[in-house]
Design a protein around this ligand. Structure first.
Ligand code: NAD
Length: 419
């Protein structure tokens, strides 16, 4: 099945040009790109503090309560993830340690093209705060319907979390601005470059993150959403179809994949999809995603083979709806996140499970992880040997330095013991 990776290749040239434009023309480029891609004429990149406060005041109390509960659960889990420092005495007087340090400044991207994602504010901000990052900047596309500011629910979520630096910037241009910074111009203050850029987004955002990687750190490639569902004959076709649709709703490029050993279930899911797609609000987008080459059913001989297929595919979200769901889940070695059994739908993880919804797509789960506290941290190793401890290994250092034909390395040890 083709993956989003092929689409990032297609977007590369366009995105490289946008990044170069932002680097050379700063705020002027940002305003022109906002007009071109977001249809915003009066562009004011830095959102005024008053607009953040106002958005929270105006927020629907039910949405506020939901955001607060989502934050509470995400915080509990993020706090529990903080890695422990290691301090080990290798031998007498020979100490090595590893300490985890948060990065200083991060740029957090919250998508806002086809849908509005206040939940992504939480998913980005909470682990960064739990890591101890001191400087957080957030960007989301400017919306013509809201005077060129990001959607008010996004602003309200930022205010709830105490984020003061919010930019109305979308797509590849936002990622470029975070990575390279933007010099002050006119009324716009300097946007200071960040150390790490995170967050989900469409193919332009994912491609831009790929292109700035190395200049800054990034989280996993979190491009167009994917759901795979491993289901057997006993699965409820109504629930399977609802979950496939729920992720297809994100993006016409979203992938919804059913992996099953039951041709009969496949038939029932197909009938349910016909019925439910016709009734869903974003039916066009959903139908496009479901009929795309990236979506479909993989019929396997048995669940054993189904697990192999799921591990080879490495879906961003993998649901297990089989008789022994926990057993099957324990054997999954590649996925952004695994949702076990009928009462753990992906939508729960999207909003309120405590887990993070910024997850690796396009098969990158084979080597990367979903957003978590360590995304915002680095580990520094600290070496502290005393004279006797160094003397004990000095012969080995000299031998290895000769073997590598780097004798000055050995000399730097020997000199400490010669008078
Ligand atoms: P977005 O904010 O990612 O993209 C909107 C921006 O795209 C615009 O501001 C514009 O600058 C840029 N853009 C649009 N057309 C362009 C073009 N032709 N050339 C260059 N730039 C262009 O919002 P979206 O489009 O709604 O996408 C959100 C994405 O995030 C979806 O694909 C969704 O599946 C994904 N998502 C992923 C996760 C995850 O964890 N993997 C979580 C939430 C959302």
């Amino acid at each position: 099945m083709p993956r989003a990776e092929t689409t990032t290749d297609v977007a590369s040239d366009a995105v490289a040009a946008i990044i170069a434009d932002v680097r050379s023309r700063g705020y002027n480029a940002l305003s022109e790109l906002a007009a071109r891609f977001d249809r915003v004429e009066q562009h004011r990149p830095l959102v005024p503090r008053a607009a953040l406060k106002e958005a929270l005041q105006q927020l629907d109390p039910q949405v506020r309560a939901a955001l607060e509960e989502s934050i509470r659960r995400a915080r509990l889990f993020a706090d529990a993830q903080r890695p422990r420092n290691t301090d080990l005495q290798i031998g007498p007087g020979a100490n090595v340690a590893q300490k985890w340090i948060p990065v200083r400044r991060v740029g957090l991207y919250v998508p806002g093209g086809l849908a509005v994602y206040p939940s992504s504010v939480i998913m980005n901000v909470v682990p960064a705060q739990a890591a101890g990052v001191s400087s957080l900047a957030l960007a989301s596309p400017p919306q013509p319907a809201f005077g060129g500011l990001p959607h008010p629910t996004i602003l309200a979520a930022a205010e709830l979390l105490g984020i003061e630096e919010v930019y109305a910037m979308g797509g590849a241009q936002a990622i470029a601005a975070f990575a390279y910074g933007v010099p002050a111009a006119g009324d716009n203050p300097e946007l200071e470059p960040v150390d790490v850029v995170t967050g989900p987004g469409n193919v332009y955002v994912a491609t831009a993150k790929r292109l700035v990687k190395g200049v800054v750190g990034i989280d996993a490639e979190a491009g167009p959403t994917e759901i795979a569902i491993l289901a057997d004959a006993g699965a409820d076709a109504r629930l399977v179809a609802a979950d496939l649709i729920s992720q297809a709703e994100h993006d016409p490029n979203a992938a919804s994949v059913l992996v099953t050993d039951s041709a009969e279930l496949e038939q029932r899911v197909r009938e349910e999809l016909d019925r439910q797609v016709a009734a869903t609000r974003h039916r066009e987008r959903v139908a496009t995603a479901l009929s795309g080459p990236q979506s479909g059913t993989i019929l396997v001989d048995n669940l054993e083979q189904g697990i192999e297929v799921c591990n080879a595919y490495g879906a961003e979200h993998l649901e297990i709806q089989t008789a022994n769901a926990e057993e099957a889940a324990a054997r999954i070695t590649s996925a952004g996140a695994v949702f076990v059994g009928s009462y753990s739908p992906v939508s729960l993880g999207d909003y309120c499970s405590g887990s993070n919804h910024v997850l690796p797509t396009a098969g990158t789960a084979a080597f990367s992880s979903g957003l978590n506290v360590t995304t915002f941290m680095r580990a520094i190793q600290v070496i502290n040997y005393d004279r006797a401890a160094l003397a004990e290994v000095s012969g080995h250092v000299v031998a290895l330095s000769r073997a590598e034909d780097l004798p000055a390395h050995g000399d730097a040890v020997s000199v400490r013991f010669s008078s």
